[in-house]
Write a protein that binds this ligand. Structure first.
Ligand SMILES: NC(=O)c1ccc[n+]([C@@H]2O[C@H](COP(=O)([O-])OP(=O)(O)OC[C@H]3O[C@@H](n4cnc5c(N)ncnc54)[C@H](OP(=O)(O)O)[C@@H]3O)[C@@H](O)[C@H]2O)c1
Length: 318
């Protein structure tokens, strides 16, 4: 792909206001119903111009929320680095229109300070993320997973102090079980850094946040909920109906294994496809709409390996 012309965001990017945005819990923040995740398809293993085209297309269509973690991309950190280049080349004039999140929690660098929930790790990781993304601050910083061996107050106080330092505007929690989450909410509130949002896996094939009561708890507490892998990494689309495409996530046999493509899943997908077609939708649109219909869900965080996939996903709601 040739280098495209200098970027000017579409004048139409907010044409779908306000139906495209949901309030994030009881906060001042509105998030798009469809947000873009940079876990796959934006690292050094992906063509840069394709990553650029997807990111531009997202923003041109009102997707103001981009989600990262320190370890996104191959190698780790490369998705944030890709975005740093995009900030420099395309998005700097639009910084105040963007809501950018990153996280720390999983294995990031060698040794005993490169993962989990210590103050040492969280602080250092965010500094690294800011430097890779060429940003002074992120809008949202998450604890990416609960650390059973670090006092919960240490992790939470690090989040509070990160906000006090001006390196993040809001804090979030991802993948924590309900019990520590119940302890986190009052702690953060008492320290004047109320929890903005919880990020959890929710899709038609995985309803854990509903079953554990996390989604209800967030709603009751005025905390937003953003659903990750709403398409079950691509399973809930037409991608695998007729086989395993060589350029698909499943073909890599890492995060999405081919044993997930069972006869039962294919039967379910065909049924979903029939339902979708009666309302003129695709499987992906049907799956995204189901997540967005769950009470308390603020946004779905989709991945996309092409502009076409993102367009399909956007049409779930616009
Ligand atoms: N907090 C956490 O622990 C956590 C964990 C996982 C993800 N996340 C966040 O959630 C984001 C999304 O996760 P995800 O990538 O697993 O989401 P997903 O939307 O469930 O899956 C994305 C994949 O599905 C396929 N796809 C998407 N739209 C499609 C369409 N319309 N038609 C056909 N195939 C389509 C593509 O697969 P191909 O690449 O094969 O084309 C795409 O890469 C991540 O980027 C990250 O920001 C957070």
């Amino acid at each position: 792909m040739a280098t495209p012309a200098p970027y000017r965001a579409s004048e139409e990017r907010y044409a779908n206001l306000p139906s495209f945005y949901n309030r994030c819990g009881r906060s001042g923040i509105l998030l798009p119903k469809i947000s873009l995740g940079f876990w796959h398809n934006f690292g050094d293993d992906a063509p840069f111009e394709r990553s650029r085209a997807i990111t531009r297309h997202a923003f041109d269509n009102g997707i103001t929320h981009f989600d990262f973690a320190n370890n996104y991309g191959v190698p780790f950190g490369s998705a944030e680095r890709t975005f740093g280049r995009l900030m420099d080349e395309d998005f700097r004039p639009y910084r105040d229109e963007l809501f950018i999140s990153t996280k720390a929690g999983y294995d990031m660098w060698p040794g005993v300070y490169g993962e989990w929930g210590s103050r040492k790790y969280l602080m250092a990781s965010l500094d690294q993320s800011l430097s890779r993304m060429h940003l002074d601050y992120v809008d949202l910083f998450y604890s990416h997973r609960f650390d059973p061996n670090t006092p919960v107050e240490e992790t939470l106080q690090a989040l509070v102090d990160i906000v006090r330092q001006g390196k993040a505007l809001y804090v979030g929690i991802s993948n924590w079980p309900l019990e520590p989450l119940r302890r986190a909410v009052p702690y953060l509130r008492e320290h004047d850094v109320p929890l903005l949002i919880y990020q959890g896996k929710l899709n038609l094939l995985n309803r854990e946040p509903i079953e554990t009561g996390i989604l209800d708890f967030c709603r009751e507490q005025g905390i937003g909920f953003i659903a990750y892998s709403p398409l079950a990494q691509g399973l809930l689309t037409d991608r695998y109906l007729d086989g395993i495409p060589s350029d698909s996530r499943m073909a890599k046999e890492h995060f999405l294994r081919s044993e997930r493509r069972t006869p039962e899943l294919l039967d379910y997908l065909r049924q979903l496809q029939d339902e979708a077609q009666t309302s003129g939708r695709t499987i992906a649109q049907q799956a995204l709409r189901w997540v967005l219909e769950q009470a308390g869900v603020t946004s779905v965080l989709v991945g996309a390996s092409s502009v076409q996939q993102l367009t399909d996903n956007l049409h779930a709601v616009i």
